[in-house]
Design a protein around this ligand. Structure first.
Ligand code: SAM
Ligand code: SF4
Ligand code: SF4
Length: 344
């Protein structure tokens, strides 16, 4: 199949990044993502095998995708994830292979993942206080997350980054401590605005700590914050402090970056979404299991990408009155609307 990086969506955006969710299950219950007591899970038999994921990844790489990121739910709950990494890492067209994890199981798997060919890891860390994580994310495993970060740092990945969702009334008072935690370990931290997407049924604008507030808090402590040249297609804006420390802010809520969005998302059951906020996806599992050839699947992906007009976060930012995107009934009706199903 010929390589084809030339096709663009309706707004001229190429398809370069694919986030692959390998499971919708999670061993945490972060309030901004999975606040409910009960969930509707994707049926077991619908979850793609590693062979199926690898085959789809190959098709996307032929279409011009260069970066793959494994996510979930919690991707390290998927048995022997290194075996998938090993398969994906062999694709010659692959430019980058990364993982987003909550870190709980990272210490156990970091070396195997690295030797299998994983290049970069992002660990979500919202608080340095175990008791906060216990009440906010319903887990007592804060110590294991910290061990995971240490093991990830020691494993020799090209980079280990930290992701922090900042919420008013939860962790906005820890910004500087988290920045310092990252600085002393030589890690880059990215502060993420709380988004109204998927399972964030309790979202309201009052809990969003904006990019401007985040920068002001950091500048008040560290002095001038210098904006670094933006990488045109990256969601994070990067900044540097006078001592050389760099950090990022992902302002998805107050300053969305849809105009440069080159990402698609594949759920664990093989549904392709063109936007984090997308209402409906394309069922690639049906095509795969129905006997479609690689070129036939590629044609379908090409078609949907070519007609892509999504700019979900910008649409949301333009609303006069804004609340959570979905309430629980909407999520139960289709679990693919959940953030933990589409991979964040
Ligand atoms: N479980 C893994 C983890 O937490 O890193 C991977 C999946 S998680 C859905 C991916 C990312 O989405 C995490 O960094 C998480 O903080 C982020 N996320 C989830 N819900 C969010 C929300 N409502 N607003 C902003 N970020 C969110
Ligand atoms: Fe938290 Fe990630 Fe699990 Fe969502 S998927 S509850 S963000 S750990
Ligand atoms: Fe891309 Fe949709 Fe996020 Fe905008 S809201 S950056 S189009 S995934």
């Amino acid at each position: 199949m010929p390589r084809d990086a030339s096709f663009r969506d309706a707004y001229g955006r190429p398809l370069r990044n694919l986030r692959i969710s390998v499971t919708d299950r999670c061993n945490m219950r972060c309030r901004y993502c999975m606040p409910e007591a009960e969930y509707v899970w994707l049926p077991r038999q619908s979850i793609l095998s590693f062979e199926e994921i690898d085959r789809l990844a190959g098709i996307f790489l032929d279409l011009g995708v260069r970066k793959l990121r494994l996510t979930g739910g919690e991707p390290l709950l998927r048995h022997d994830l290194s075996a998938l990494v090993r398969r994906l890492a062999t694709h010659p067209a692959l430019g980058d292979l990364a993982l987003t994890t909550n870190g709980i199981l990272l210490a156990r798997h970091a070396d195997a993942l690295r030797s299998a060919g994983l290049r970069r890891v992002t660990v979500s860390l919202d608080t340095l206080r175990p008791e906060r994580m216990a009440s906010f994310a319903r887990t007592a495993r804060h110590g294991e997350v910290l061990e995971g970060i240490t093991a990830g740092t020691a494993a020799g990945f090209d980079s280990v980054k930290l992701n922090t969702v900042v919420m008013r009334g939860y962790n906005e008072d820890e910004l500087l401590d988290l920045l310092e935690f990252a600085r002393v370990r030589g890690l880059e931290i990215r502060f993420i605005e709380y988004m109204d997407v998927g399972g964030a049924t309790q979202w309201d604008m009052g809990q969003v700590v904006s990019r401007d507030e985040i920068l002001a808090a950091i500048a008040a402590r560290h002095g001038p914050v210098q904006a670094l040249e933006e990488h045109a297609w990256a969601p994070a804006e990067r900044f540097r402090l006078a001592d050389g420390t760099t950090f990022g802010v992902i302002a998805s809520t107050t300053a969305p970056f849809c105009r440069t969005c080159d990402r698609a998302r594949l759920t664990a059951d093989g549904t392709l979404f063109l936007c984090l906020y997308g209402e409906r996806g394309l069922d690639l599992r049906e095509l795969l299991r129905g006997g479609a050839s690689d070129p036939e699947i590629a044609v379908r992906v090409r078609e949907v990408w070519a007609s892509r007009t999504d700019r979900g976060a910008e649409d949301r930012a333009g609303l006069d009155r804004r609340g959570a995107l979905y309430q629980i009934d909407g999520l139960r009706a289709d679990p693919r609307r959940e953030m933990h199903t589409r991979g964040g």
